[in-house]
Design a protein around this ligand. Structure first.
Ligand code: UPG
Length: 589
């Protein structure tokens, strides 16, 4: 062992750290096996920024003690519904705020958290490779990058490259890098993407003394993920936040998750709100159904003081917090609105980069942690399965201080416009949908993307019919017509009036499919569509659609079978493209 490894072993072996069980079998082990364990411990020690493994034990003992005593970390805080800015698509208020945000769109950096395994979805690959919808089969990573490149081209200063940082984990690194490589980074330049990796997790804990769980055969420590809150520490240690601010002229930071095909329609709106209210941190929020697995944003006031914070209360903590503070029914819907009074956090966050980066310099990006052990006995001394400390990225308001702490708010809009993740296995989604909660499955993620384009088109006056709901694998969704407007055609509601200058002359029937992409300039003046139409325009060219009527057999759906690929089986249907009209600079082909 190296000297540093010997020191670490000694430290963990000490009574204070209480990990001697890890080394009990060492006398009988080969030097190679011992080195392997020591090497793993050293890596875990280095990866835990909040004091190495000794710090981890100390922090864990404290949090486990609080958990055993039933101390609620939010005890003594009174929740209230916070104030924020709420919007509806198509209103003057929406347009005015979005216009303010558009001015900032060219100075934004993007952070994609994609280290999660997606256990609830049960997909075998990385989630970023899943198709967002079946009309074009564009995968999530492609969609995100294509969007960033499109706003860079439209709103960035000459030669600017809007940066993207992707947080991966041990589980997702290889898949993410392979996907980027196979597709030439989907058009981004090499230095434009930074990849940061979460540690390989933190030790799983067996008991209240924070004894590490160990694999009996290899004698290695068993680890579990530490949560998406790691992103802040990584943006600090990698220097990404600082470099983007000081060298790349980036002013805003947008965090988003791995499978939300509606992530960016409302980005300029959110920027407008941040600018107007001078928000250091702005969370995109949606009306939340009681008990839905999305956190609630609450304004918390410390009893007996004027200390106030606006923060996400995670979905498993909201009910006990409410019950303990004057809301005896806990997490329930408001009878009038049918929604929880607390806006739902979708973890799409917008920060002022200067303030954010300053906080990182002060805190090194360390987030508060929590532990959630499930106990077997009443005395709360035996765990059903090993626990671990976790942290969440939306907890950033807890490390803000002074004036910054007051500059936390949210932008709320109906989820049809901004949020439809693919997180759940179809069978679980069926139950959720029956309860009236968004199922968060592949088919609804797809339907909602078409839905958002259609809603924005309707908001400016286009005539877009909707077909009846279809049911596949028990999930109900409106899958037709399919409308996909690529970001090199339009990136946000403000642009729709430019590309559809006479919206009342655009008619799309319920059995239609419309896919429009640039990168050249496309304007749709008048169109009567009853079938499938794909409009494409190469760079430097122009396409004007005028007096065009298209009627054909279009695209239909057929049931998936056992031989279909996994992304099809999780939907239960596939597309059969019977007939497609194509329109380009030369007209109809
Ligand atoms: N993720 C990581 N590393 C981790 C865990 C997750 O990068 O260790 C990523 C993951 O890939 C995804 C995102 O973080 O992109 C969110 O993970 P997920 O498991 O989908 O989070 P949830 O438990 O569903 O909850 C989060 C927020 C919650 C919010 C919800 C909205 O904690 O407050 O309402 O996302 O989608």
């Amino acid at each position: 062992l190296s000297d540093s490894q010997k020191q670490l072993v000694q430290q963990l072996n000490s009574e204070e750290c209480g990990q001697s069980h890890l080394f009990a079998d060492w006398p009988g082990m080969s030097p190679q096996d011992r080195t392997a364990v020591a090497t793993q411990l050293e890596a875990l020690d280095g990866a835990y920024g909040n004091g190495g493994l000794a710090g981890y034990v100390k922090n864990a003992v404290k949090l486990l003690e609080n958990s055993r005593k039933g101390v609620n970390p939010l005890d003594g805080w009174e929740p209230q519904v916070p104030e924020g800015a709420a919007f509806e698509i198509g209103t003057d208020k929406y347009k005015a705020t979005e216009a303010k945000g558009l001015e900032e769109l060219g100075s934004i950096g993007f952070v994609l958290v994609a280290g999660g395994l997606g256990e609830r979805l049960g997909y075998n690959g990385i989630k970023l490779e899943l198709p967002t919808e079946l009309a074009t089969e564009t995968c999530y990573l492609n969609y995100y990058i294509h969007y960033i490149l499109s706003i860079q081209k439209k709103y960035g200063k000459d030669g600017c490259k809007l940066p993207l940082c992707i947080m991966v984990s041990n589980d997702t690194r290889a898949g993410t890098e392979a996907l980027l490589k196979a597709n030439n980074n989907f058009g981004m330049e090499e230095g434009q993407i930074s990849i940061v990796q979460q540690g390989s997790g933190v030790p799983a804990l067996l008991d209240n003394a924070a004894k590490f769980s160990m694999d009996e055969t290899t004698k290695m420590v068993i680890t579990k993920p530490h949560g998406h809150g790691d992103i802040h520490e990584l943006l600090y240690t990698s220097g990404v936040a600082k470099t983007w601010y000081s060298e790349k002229g980036i002013k805003w930071l947008c965090f988003f998750q791995d499978t939300n095909g509606l992530a960016f329609h409302t980005l300029p709106l959110m920027l407008g709100v941040s600018k107007e209210l001078d928000l250091v941190m702005n969370s995109l929020a949606v009306p939340r159904k009681a008990k839905q697995a999305i956190g609630g944003i609450a304004k918390l006031t410390k009893q007996g003081s004027d200390e106030v914070k606006t923060v996400n209360v995670e979905y498993n903590q909201l009910d006990p917090l409410l019950r303990g503070s004057g809301f005896p029914d806990g997490d329930v819907n408001d009878k009038e609105t049918g929604f929880s009074p607390f806006p739902g956090n979708i973890n799409q966050l917008l920060f002022q980069l200067k303030a954010y980066s300053d906080v990182l310099e002060r805190t090194k990006g360390i987030m508060p942690e929590f532990v959630n052990p499930k106990y077997k006995d009443e005395a709360k001394t035996i765990f059903k399965k090993p626990a671990r400390l976790e942290c969440m990225m939306q907890d950033f308001p807890t490390v803000l201080s002074g004036d910054d702490a007051k500059k936390v708010g949210f932008t709320s809009i109906s989820s049809d416009m901004c949020f439809s993740p693919v997180k759940n296995a179809t069978s679980d989604g069926v139950g959720l949908q029956q309860k009236g909660t968004a199922p968060g499955v592949a088919a609804t993620g797809e339907a909602d993307q078409y839905g958002a384009f259609k809603a924005i088109m309707r908001s400016i006056g286009c005539q877009v019919e909707d077909a009846a709901e279809e049911t596949h694998e028990g999930i109900k969704a409106v899958l037709s017509p399919q409308v996909v407007l690529k970001p090199d055609f339009v990136t946000c509601p403000a642009e729709y009036s430019e590309v559809f200058p006479s919206p009342d002359k655009v008619k799309i029937s319920s059995k239609s499919s419309l896919v429009v992409s640039g990168p050249g300039s496309v304007v749709i003046e008048s169109l009567d569509l009853d079938g499938a139409l794909v409009i494409e325009c190469p760079e430097g060219e122009t396409v004007t659609v005028k007096d065009l009527t298209v009627k054909n057999d279009g695209w239909v759906r057929e049931a998936a079978d056992a031989g279909s690929p996994e992304y099809i089986r999780m939907r239960g249907y596939r597309f059969v493209k019977k007939e497609t009209a194509k329109f380009g600079p030369g007209g109809l082909t």
